[in-house]
Design a binder for this molecule. Sequence first.
Ligand code: EPZ
Length: 420
Amino acid sequence: MDKLIISGGGPISGEIRISGSKNSALPILASTLLTKTPMCIGNLPHLNDVTTMLALLRSMGLSVTLNEKMRVEVDANTIKEYTAPYDLVKTMRASILVLGPMLARFGEANVSFPGGCAIGSRPVDIHLRGLEAMGAIIDVDEGYIRAKCDGKLKGAHFFMDIVTVGGTENLLMAAVLAEGKTVLENAAREPEIVDLANCLCAMGAKIEGIGTDTLVIEGVDELTGCQYDVMPDRIETGTYLVAAAATRGQIKLKDTRADILESVLLKLEAAGAHITSGEDWVALDMKGKRPKAVSLKTAPYPAFPTDMQAQFTAMNAVAEGVGTVIETIFENRLIQIHELNRMGADIKLEGNTAIITGVDRLKAAPVMATDLRASASLVIAALVADGDTIVDRIYHIDRGYECIEEKMQQLGANIKRVPS
Ligand code: EPZ
């Protein structure tokens, strides 16, 4: 497994391009199962999770080709298998997103039951209950979800007990080809869901309430392929902004937007950052100043995103003052605290709350990544630590950050990847 060696130093500054959104690309790639004619998707990030999703679609027999403009063309008509196998699902739990579209289009789907991961148990009960409400017959057998429906799924009025991004995406993709009207209440409102809904509408789906917590879908007989570019990655955007804030630098991020991460930008301004933005860029300037500690509580969009929590704990670790971070979405998503404390941070953990007292500088140490965003927090911490930090198990990072060392080097960071 590769490692990253990062020598702590001065501010990171400069300009980089933001990649397409991982969490928009994955459901949109799954939605290619729905169309009668090929889909062409652009702005896909070159990430392990995207590669895994493409491998999953190929393993089911879909034809997946890369065209000359690095856009992916997917044709679901060549499908042979209605099964998402264990060896692929175990590497990426977002594989569950093929369940809804496969069932809606082909009336059958067998998906290996996604296990939990480092941040939590991550059940899919709401996905399954919603599909059953639409007439699916679902069994769990030998670790597989086996779903069938007689004829087409039927529209249903379904209230989601918990706001779930994946659950909303799966049920939305199931509803677009169901017979009649579906109402999804208490739906998640993340920008990636808006992106998916816009893509489905471009295929000919009829969806109202996009961006709200109530989605109303009128099922149609069939959907046709379209050209669609996924939105910018708001979490990659936020991660580099926090890295610049923690290192007292200044940064300009291109091919991204400010309106998809307002709660993050407000917290960065509270930390003393000067934020400016345009139609397709966001910039941050700390004017050389140490960040001030901020307190935050994660919650569904548009509140502060759980995927940005770990990065802010790293910034708070070297900020002026005391900040508290409360994680309300996942039961075990403060695990990075222990590794940060090994680097000299002063963080106390009380249940789902981290109380972080900023120190001037951290100290380099060998640390281990445990999940995608915790890994990003360790990279940020290493940038403000004295000495060379070795971050191990960086396959977590490669799942969600395209070319992280090249982008960081472009920003002046002293970072290299070494095979272990
Ligand atoms: C998506 O995961 C994202 N992944 C996650 O990003 C993100 O952290 C999460 O949404 C929350 O914003 C992708 O989009 C691929 P949820 P998802 O269903 O859909 C509970 C990253 O770092 N729940 O919204 O799996 C669940 O346990 C990743 O890019 C149920 O109880 O998250 C959790 O506590 C990590 N039953 C809460 O809901 C269900 O059926 C939110 O989970 C479904 C979810």
